[in-house]
Design a protein around this ligand. Structure first.
Ligand code: UTP
Length: 292
């Protein structure tokens, strides 16, 4: 049985929805309470048993690589000041996980970004976590997917139900319930279908567990919706060839690459924070009373 050891995290997108904030700072580095979005995502991968992360990066995203690097100077200062807890926290990720970066020279689309990881991934199934998609859950979303993979041994996309008038903003899957709870065998998949053209409300979110055959399709993919090389088009080919499952994960997903999605994540993560949560809740309650 295959073990899932590697995860690809594409962060090479332009982040136009978050301008002007994302002009000089990668949107993945914007802070949610006390750490950047990308750290939550890497922590989810780690908590799911991933040993190696492959960032797909672009010009202007070096802050992401630096964030996960060992900082000798900072470590020495914290050591002198006896800030052991902080030192351990900072060094935890760089010690526990290997990070590799691959440059996507042009933002040709998510499908192209994943294809850039082919040499590092090789011939084993792997995870994809989008660098701006956050999931809050008791069991990490990727862990839930790996547990399902142990049973089905085929590719899986995580999905959530969305209102029918928003289906044109997502990749939508159509399929039939499988024998396993919250799991569907995929029949069809469309990237951002025009409203009224699909009867499904199952929207793909930024977590995928893929068989390495996906690279065969990505390698010959042509631009699709929006002129970009879409991952969904190659997923559909893979689903047709060897089958694929949609999994309605347990938890809540936030699109942290979108201004409102990001604000919702900040509030929800702050309310749950072990030391700041209570004070923040009181502040929010007072603020809500004020605006009526
Ligand atoms: P998005 O659709 O969020 O695109 O990409 P974006 O460019 O980052 O942001 P907007 O829409 O302009 O605001 C989904 C994921 O795919 C990555 C992004 O970094 C994000 O994690 N991506 C997208 C790439 O790595 N390369 C691309 O060419 C396109």
């Amino acid at each position: 049985m295959s073990r899932i050891r590697k995860a690809v995290i594409p962060v090479a997108g332009l982040g136009t929805r978050f301008l002007p904030a994302s002009k000089a700072i990668p949107k993945e580095m914007l802070t949610i309470v006390d750490r950047p979005t990308i750290q939550y995502i890497v922590e989810e991968a780690m908590a799911s048993g991933i040993e190696e992360v492959v960032f797909i990066t672009s010009e202007g995203k070096s802050a992401i690589e630096n964030h996960f690097d060992y900082d000798f100077q900072l470590d020495t200062v914290l050591n002198k000041k006896n800030k052991t807890g902080l030192r351990e926290e900072l060094n935890k990720i760089s010690n526990l996980i290997d990070i590799v970066s691959v440059r996507q020279k042009k933002p040709l689309g998510l499908g192209h970004a994943i294809w850039m990881a082919r040499n590092v991934i090789g011939n084993e199934p792997f995870l994809v976590l989008l660098g701006d998609d956050l999931v809050m859950s008791d069991v990490p979303c990727c862990r839930q997917m790996i547990d399902l993979f142990d049973k089905v041994q085929e590719s899986i996309v995580a999905i959530q139900r969305v209102p029918m008038d928003q289906t044109n903003q997502y990749g939508i899957v159509e399929g039939k319930a499988a024998a396993i709870e919250r799991t569907y065998k995929i029949d069809n998949m469309v990237e951002k279908p025009a409203l009224g053209t699909s009867s499904s409300d199952m929207a793909i979110i930024g977590r995928y567990l893929l068989m390495p055959d996906i690279f065969d399709y990505l390698g010959r993919a042509t631009p699709g919706h929006g002129g970009e090389i879409q991952l969904t088009d190659s997923l559909m080919e893979l689903a047709g060839r060897r089958g694929m499952y949609a999994y309605e994960f347990q938890g809540k997903r936030y699109d942290a690459g979108d201004k409102l999605g990001y604000l919702k994540a900040v509030v929800d993560f702050a309310l749950r924070h072990p030391t700041l949560g209570q004070d923040f809740k009181e502040h929010i309650q007072k603020a809500c009373e004020k605006i009526g």
